[in-house]
Ligand binder design. Structure first.
Ligand code: DGL
Length: 272
């Protein structure tokens, strides 16, 4: 079976990859973490597009049947460019559209908060999609969070101080739901929740995106959950553009013994 290609700037997309592996345990995957270029959130849209296109074409060349853009910064700035680069025969699944579809159905006409990287928030992607569905939107950029999480600062004093700076003023006290608009943020979801009233529902994209992937990959929408992958272990390959300790640790944490981690040569031929 052809693998699913998944990519992010680093460890954040592993939250999505884990949910996809649980949902489709029989489907092989190739994960690409562009650790040499993270954070994406501070890059220009043009540079994010360039990185995302190159990785997506690489995943296609590795035989992937579909590409999952497990990164909000790339989803909101590079989706069309990625589809153009891989061609119409490869489905590209982003993180924004499935999340907005679920949120706007559950919270129709409600007030919805979004936090994400500067690239995601400044693209206006969530704001456009949610407003179109009749939601009221409050969106703020929380630029230092992804880098701190990538560095291993989850659920400690550093992330606490950053969250206090970003959320401490009560910006989201009156929203009905808060979208974690960066795939790194589920790693500190409990800490984020502690800054919000209990009435605010936190929306983690991982499972929502896994459902969207299952619809595309399974084709007929058959739920594959619970299939015993141990009968025939599936190939899960993890590639990074720079082999970092934090990526190795997180990949191990999310996927345990099955991790096959390798440095990709994608950017080793003089291309920055
Ligand atoms: N996890 C990514 C996102 O969802 C990227 C974070 C970053 O590299 O800035 O936006």
């Amino acid at each position: 079976m052809q693998p699913i290609g998944i990519f992010d700037s680093g460890i954040g997309g592993l939250t999505v990859a884990r949910a996809i592996a649980d949902r489709l345990p029989h489907v092989p995957m190739v994960y690409f973490g562009d650790t040499a270029h993270l954070p994406y959130g501070d890059k220009s849209p043009a540079l994010i597009r360039q990185y995302a296109q190159r990785i997506s074409v690489h995943l296609k060349e590795k035989g992937c049947q579909a590409i999952v853009v497990a990164c909000n910064s790339a989803s909101s700035n590079a989706l069309e460019a990625i589809q153009e680069a891989v061609g119409p025969e490869i489905p590209v699944i982003d993180v924004l559209q499935p999340v907005v579809a679920v949120v706007s159905k559950r919270f129709s006409g409600a007030s919805v908060g979004v936090i994400g990287t500067r690239a995601t928030i400044e693209s206006g992607g969530y704001q456009r999609l949610l407003t179109k569905e009749g939601c009221e939107v409050i969106a703020i950029a929380t630029p230092l969070l992804a880098s701190a999480i990538e560095e291993g600062f989850h659920n400690g004093l550093v992330s606490e101080a950053l969250l206090d700076a970003y959320l401490g003023q009560g910006t989201f006290n009156d929203v009905d739901a808060l979208i974690l608009g960066c795939t790194h943020y589920p790693l500190i979801a409990d800490q984020i929740a502690a800054f919000l009233p209990s009435s605010v529902e936190i929306i983690n994209s991982a499972e929502i995106v896994a459902d969207a992937v299952a619809m595309v990959v399974a084709g007929d929408g058959v739920r594959m959950e619970g299939l015993d992958a141990s009968i025939a272990p599936v190939l899960r390959e993890f590639l990074v553009s720079d082999l970092t300790v934090s990526f190795a640790r997180s990949a191990q944490r999310f996927f345990g013994e099955e991790v096959q981690l390798a440095e990709s040569s994608l950017w080793s031929h003089g291309i920055k």
